[in-house]
Design a protein around this ligand. Sequence first.
Ligand SMILES: [Mn+2]
Length: 196
Amino acid sequence: MTGGRVDAKPPTRVERATRETRVSVELGAARGIELPVGMFSHLLDACATTWGTPVRVQAAGDTEVDPHHLVEDTGLVLGQALAARWPGYQGVARYGWAVVPMDEARVEVAVDLSGRAGSWLAQIPTGPINGLDGEVLEEFWPALARGGQLTVHVEVRAGRNRHHQWEAAFKALGLALRQATAPRAGTLSTKGVIGL
Ligand SMILES: [Mn+2]
């Protein structure tokens, strides 16, 4: 995917600080992932690449305990940034989906900017990649859904290599968000409003 998506909106920045983590996500300005978990940085960068919207993530926290808090809170704040940049998810396509292959792996992600939090994951790998457990990466998705009040499905359909599988998932998320956040006149809803 070449180039970032340019729109007229000013950058959207959301910050969150707790005793466990400090996370800042900015959409629509510069691109860069700065956090101390190499594989997770790599995955977020893969997502930003296919999304096209400039994504900047700066995050730090108690990774000496477990990267769990950092991964979860980054998902949460990324979701909050989505909801802040497209309030009420009005004027966007709302739905997005992608199936991404990466060598032997193939992963499907579907997103609905629904105003309701929900995440469903199927066949995801739970084993470690360079010390980062899949069960930690699993926490990213419900947190994203909660922060963004959105629905996300992830299904790993094929593959053996966990690096390939997770990277395909994050690339598919980027492509799905690229579609879902594309401008559209009005609100795509049978009831006329997105939310509960
Ligand atoms: Mn890779």
